[in-house]
Structures are given as C-alpha cells and as structure tokens.
Design a protein around this ligand. Structure first.
Ligand SMILES: CC(=O)SCCNC(=O)CCNC(=O)[C@H](O)C(C)(C)COP(=O)(O)OP(=O)(O)OC[C@H]1O[C@@H](n2cnc3c(N)ncnc32)[C@H](O)[C@@H]1OP(=O)(O)O
Ligand SMILES: O=C(O)CCC(=O)C(=O)O
Length: 405
C-alpha cells in the first residue's frame, strides 16, 4: 500500500445549494438493468442484488415485472419475504392483467407505465392520446382500489408534447399517484433542455418527479443531474448503468455527482459501491471496465509523473474525492509516463534511497521497459529493472515491497 500523507479532501458540504434536499433513488438494476440484451439473473442473483441495494440504503428497488410469469413473481415474493427497508416495486404496463399480477405477489407498490409520445402511441400501439389518458387512469384506479401505492411512468416523454404530459400529470396527481416518472426512453435529452423543460414541468405540476434517463448519447448521468437541478427529487438508476441498449444512469455516478458537484446530502452507504459493482458485473456476465467512472479498478490509479508528484503532496490535486468513499483504493503505478518523484517514491517503498543523479537514467529505463511490455511495471518488473541498473542496496532491516508499486 502506498503511503501518501493523510490530507483532507475539500469539504463536500461547504457550498450546498439546497442543504436540506435529499434526493431519493429508485434503483432499477433488477428491471431495466436486466433488460440489457443477454442479461438474465438467477433468482439467487436477484436476491443478492436486492439485498445489496437494500443494505446501501436505496429507497426503492424496482425488482421485476410481475407480468413476465410465475418464476418472476416467485422471485418478487422471495425478495419481499426478506423484509427489506427499501420499498419493493413491480413494473407494470397500463394493463389490468399486470396490476392483477403485481397484486398477486403481495406487492404494495406498483409502477404503471404509459407511452406518451405520438410515435409510441400511434406506431407501436395504434392508439391515441385519449386512449392513453383513459387507460392509465383506469389502471391507477384499479391498483389504488386494491390498496396499492401507485407511481406512473411516462414512456418516451422526451419526444412527447409537453402540454399533454403536463395535463395528464396534473390529472394523475389528483387521482393519488404518489410519484411521476419522466422517461427519456431513447436517451435523446441534453442537459440544457432537460433543465429548461423539466423545470417548467415541476413548476406546473408540483410534487415528486423522477427522472429515468438512458445513455444512448452518453448523457444519462448529466441529464439526471440536470433534472435534479430543475427540481426533480427522485432518480432512476442502475448499478454500472446496466440497461436497455447503452443503459441507464449509473447509481454510482449519479450519487457521487450529486454529493460532490451539487453538494447535496446523499444518504446511501457509498462505501459499498465497488463491491456492489463487482456483484452486478459478475451476475450480468459483463466485465467491469477498468476506467468505469467511480468504481473501475483504474480510476484511482496514477502513473503520470506530474500527477504522482501532485498526489504525493495532496491527493485532491488529482482525485475528485477520497477513494475510500466508494470502497476504492488509491494506487501509484510505475510506467511509461513516470517521472522522478514517482520513482523516488517507488524506490523508497523498496527501502532504497536513490541519489538524484540516479533517477534520470532510471526514468529512461522504465519508459523503455513499459513500452516493451506495453503496460505498467509490476513490482517484479521493477525489481528486475533495479537489478540491471546500478542502484544502492536496500537499507538493512527495511522490507522490500512485494505489492505493485
Ligand atoms: C421502455 C421499457 O423498458 S418498457 C419495459 C419493457 N420490458 C420488457 O418488455 C421486458 C418484459 N416483457 C415481457 O416479458 C413481455 O413483453 C410481456 C410479458 C410484458 C408481454 O408479453 P406478450 O403478451 O407476449 O406481448 P409482446 O411482448 O409481444 O408485446 C407487448 C404487448 O404489450 C402492449 N404494451 C406495451 N406497452 C404497454 C403499456 N405501457 N401499457 C399497456 N400495454 C402495453 C403492446 O401493445 C403488446 O400488446 P399486444 O400483444 O396486445 O399487442
Ligand atoms: O417506467 C417507465 O415508465 C419507464 C420505462 C422505461 O424503462 C423507459 O421508458 O426507458
């Protein structure tokens, strides 16, 4: 383990814009996440993921689709039987059969979805806005009559007529719908328009709104943050952004951006983010990319000379927050872009105090070796290199580092 002086990261609450606002998370890894092509969680994996999401303090877990059949409903019952703190939600179409299926699992909360763009209504369902209004209202009444709490999602809202969505939202609030979800189903939103459009919507129809963003243009996190800035108080997320096509807004990115960029309090145990990401990555059969924001293996690894020089003086120079906040680990690596400060530090870790004049040739040797290997040097490579260049012997009694430098 490297030894960087303990230094404090700049406070994350110093410039809070809305100090009392707690943004709530509806995590849909087990619904939209599992809709990612080729992903199929087993019951055991669904239970493990639900347990992990509950343990970190997610407010709502969208745990599956009751209409999918008996196996899905059994898993939903099993998740409910674990008595989680999080509210467990079943995703439903605006269809009485789906409401019945949700109720039959013992779910007390149902999320009903209705497409709202003319494209979806006409081309997909061969229906119109009047049908959508009638159908969703009927299903809301059906679910509430069964004693269920109901939220409603507007599918393809980003391509819908805002006036229609606003009117429908007002009617649904009056029917007792607890929350409205605005879905950017195909990821067509940009943050500036999101802020503008969603701000107008919240002002017209106050109350809890949730943003459900997709990442087709790589903007899911940015759009989610913009929605919160516009007044939305719930966010739809999935672990690692797993989901349809390019996926959803990753929980780990949204939470850390809200905490550190918007300075909002986040009441999730973010220290488990890395283990949660590893769990979902394994269950989904999708490797966790080294550079994945917040939870990738490399996002707190530093090789470049200027960066390591800075990090050794104050980690905040090249880290946005303390890696421990997300269960991550800082690593200083030696490679093609290392400089003298980095190698001086690596040598110190091996118990060697080098003369300044010895560092420059070592830098050159490290560059050549890293280029030859086409990767950073691990501790064995580094030791080998030291054996080949003339360096002072390690200080007596100082253990030689075994772990990567
Ligand atoms: C944007 C989203 O992520 S939406 C969520 C999408 N998720 C999934 O589709 C995953 C799970 N889906 C399934 O297992 C199946 O599609 C089921 C069980 C929901 C339905 O299966 P099937 O009855 O075989 O229907 P199929 O998948 O062929 O077509 C979808 C049907 O839902 C209807 N439908 C689609 N959206 C809605 C809606 N929001 N409200 C009401 N009906 C809808 C379509 O009109 C079509 O009905 P039809 O068969 O009467 O024409
Ligand atoms: O719940 C909803 O309405 C959103 C459905 C969805 O996953 C989407 O539109 O991307």
């Amino acid at each position: 383990m490297m030894t960087v002086r303990e230094t404090r990261f700049p406070s994350s609450s110093a410039t809070a814009t809305q100090p009392d606002a707690v943004v709530r998370f509806c995590d849909t890894t087990l619904r939209d996440g599992e809709q990612a092509p080729g992903v199929a969680f087993t019951a055991a994996e669904k239970l493990a993921i639900a347990g992990a999401l509950d343990a970190i303090g997610v407010h709502q877990i969208e745990a599956g689709i009751p209409a999918m059949g008996v196996t899905e409903r059994d898993v939903l019952r099993e998740i409910l039987a674990t008595d989680p703190k999080a509210e467990i939600v079943g995703w439903c179409r605006a269809d009485h059969r789906d409401v019945e299926a949700a109720a039959s699992c013992g779910l007390v909360t149902a999320h009903l979805t209705i497409p709202v763009s003319d494209l979806h209504l006409k081309s997909k369902l061969e229906r119109d806005r009047a049908w959508a209004r009638r159908r969703v209202r009927d299903c809301v009444v059906d679910a509430t009559d069964r004693g269920m709490r109901v939220s409603v999602g507007f599918e393809d809202a980003s391509r819908a007529d805002d006036a229609f969505v606003t009117d429908l939202a007002g009617e649904l609030r009056e029917l007792g719908v607890t929350r409205l979800r605005w879905a950017d189903t195909v990821g067509l939103l940009d943050p500036v328009s999101a802020y503008d459009r969603l701000g107008r919507l919240v002002r017209a129809v106050p109350g809890p709104w949730e943003i459900h963003a997709h990442d087709d243009f790589g903007l899911a996190t940015a759009n989610t943050i913009a929605a919160v800035q516009a007044g939305f108080t719930w966010v739809s997320t999935t672990v690692l952004g797993l989901g349809e096509r390019a996926g959803n807004a990753p929980i780990e990115e949204v939470a850390m951006a809200l905490r550190h960029l918007l300075k909002l309090p986040i009441d999730l145990d973010t220290t488990s983010f890395r283990t949660l990401a590893q769990l979902v990555s394994r269950a989904a059969g999708r490797p966790l990319p080294a550079g994945k924001a917040v939870v990738g293996e490399s996002v707190f690894a530093h090789e470049s000379g200027i960066h390591v020089h800075g990090i050794l003086r104050h980690p905040a120079t090249y880290e946005p927050f303390d890696p421990a906040e997300v269960g991550g680990r800082r690593r200083l690596t030696v490679g093609k872009h290392s400089g003298r400060a980095s190698l001086r530090h690596a040598l110190e870790q091996c118990g060697i105090t080098a003369e300044e004049s010895e560092l420059e040739p070592l830098v050159e040797q490290v560059r050549l070796a890293a280029t030859r290997h086409k990767r950073g040097l691990d501790s064995r490579d580094f030791q080998e290199l030291l054996g080949r260049v003339e360096m002072p012997a390690p200080r007596a009694g100082t253990p030689t580092r075994e772990e990567p430098v």
